[in-house]
Design a protein around this ligand. Sequence first.
Ligand code: PRX
Length: 664
Amino acid sequence: MATSSSAIDSILVENRVFPPSEEMVKNANISGMDAYKAMCAEADKDFEGFWGNLARKHVVWTKPFTRVLDGSNAPFYKWFDDGELNVSANCLDKHMGTPVENKTAIIFEADDGAVTKVTYKELLARVGQFANALKSRGIQKGDRVILYMPMTIEGVVAMQACARLGVIHSVVFGGFSAKALQDRIVDVGAVAVITANYQMRGGKEMPLKAIVDDAIALGGCESVKNVFVYERTKTACAMTAGRDHTFSEVLEGQSTECAPVPVNAEHPLYILYTSGSTGKPKGVQHSSGGYLLQAKLTMDWTFDLKPEDVFWCTADIGWVTGHSYVVYGPLAAGATEIVFEGIPTYPNAGRFWDMVQRHKCTVFYTAPTAIRSLIKASEADDKVHPKSYDLKSLRIIGSVGEPINPEAWVWYYNHVGGGRCPIVDTYWQTETGTHMINPLPGATPLVPGSCTLPLPGIYPAIVDETGEEMPNGKGGMLAYKKPWPSMIRTIWGDPERFKKTYFPPEMKGYYFAGDGAVRSEDRGYFRVTGRIDDVLNVSGHRLGTMEVESALVAKTDLVAEAAVVARPDDLTGEAICAFVVLKRPLPSDEEAKAIAKELRDWVAKEIGPIAKPKDIRFGENLPKTRSGKIMRRLLRSLAKGEAITQDTSTLENPQILEQLAHNN
Ligand code: PRX
């Protein structure tokens, strides 16, 4: 795709502006730029009043708050902190006795195409029953529970049941390895794991429970007293008597009614692990009140949600997007949503479009990586091209997780959105909890590749290393000048790391996002250029370079040293390139290929298949300065296949650059 002609296209299209249609503006929840600006002005004038009013309007409180923001112990901000609520009651009970009660909450489509629907009333009953099952096993408010689940109604039910009891969930994506799962079980001190026997993906049955067993067997998981196993398929899995229970066992005889437990607004709703610039993933802790508020609000603002919408966010519940826009936001907003178990390419690459057509989806939200792979597939086969489907039900389409390149943007706009649907390119992070910078469909003129402007009440800035704000047109680091309700509260068990990572002293109290960005000179629109720390973004999945390096050097019989960098990739956005020094002489071609495979499999075992390096290069050493520092800039050039133009005179060992240019 990235031919020289498409590179020219991208320069041309970047300057085009796509204003919303008059009809879209007329019917939108936030109608027109003046309405947007008025909301921003309101927040400017009275920041706490702005958020306080919204929190009173959009959240049901069992005990009203009297304080909006407590910054006395900044950066450990507290929001609405003398208020009490229950998040699950805000997603389910709130709708009882209203027209939403009998509305479809979830349209679940299984990997094999089987469709199951549940109404809000039925979902409440299932959540209540599962919460009672957890309670019967002694699990209570403040306990931590790990979920290792497929995309199913049961996954949503389990998360909501935790929220109902004030139990803090920590979902681990089903693609992570036993080792990654064990790390998280230990770090969070989980009392239970909720899993499934198997998961179905692309027609294949893949084990989950067996991986939980492996994780626990790795040691340090003594806190886990119960493992709950959803029988997704009929295939049996090993069960440990006394510890492991099937869902049917624990649900039997449980009442469907379970009173929601009120919690303080600051009570942790969940902990979600994400990669940072050190080897160890960090447990991002989110609150109940502030988080829920913005999850609900962004449904109304970003997705312009209307009662008749059929909303579909394709993200897995293992990622923050799945938390905010599958489990909490849509339900708090009373939406009908699609939950999809499978993958976009099974039974063929038309699956998404076929589902949009069949379920009459109106708001569709996915990742640029999925779009890019579906472009490629549809170029090869007309049958899976969006034009072969009726996508007229769509009115808004969204993008999340990584920068969307203008080529993909224009294709998405024309072929999926029919030139009619605004693209909401949402820039945010696990740490921000919910959307931060994105267009509003009935207000913001769109510019491909730009996430445009902040939501009302959000104050981003582009700063230099000293925290000084940069003028428009000059790139710098993205930061936020003010806190926001759904922001990360701390890193679980490591408040110092939280402070150091997000509020470094030179940033003058601003939240430091870790991304580079630039504002356009004409409109002041934001364009996020990517991470400026050691974080990789592969297919929208976030990984740390150090995390992959640690995994590689843990192969102690083979690896002496490793350095990992990202390089651009047409399909996955970024790809992982690993430079490895072996504990043996430089291998021959054949041997090198075999070792590279062994290392990829090893990384998959240590972290998960998503972390497998695409490129592996061997050298007798890494390029280092005389003081022994690895010159990563050189490695990045090598990874891209660029000629080395940098000054290599400070390099201890220039000859190894040639060795490292060779890919395996
Ligand atoms: O680099 C930014 C990129 O993804 C990072 C956050 O990753 P994660 O915490 O896994 O959350 C993903 C879902 C929100 C950011 O620091 N990113 C996310 N959305 C965009 C983006 N980069 C450019 N444009 C976006 N819309």
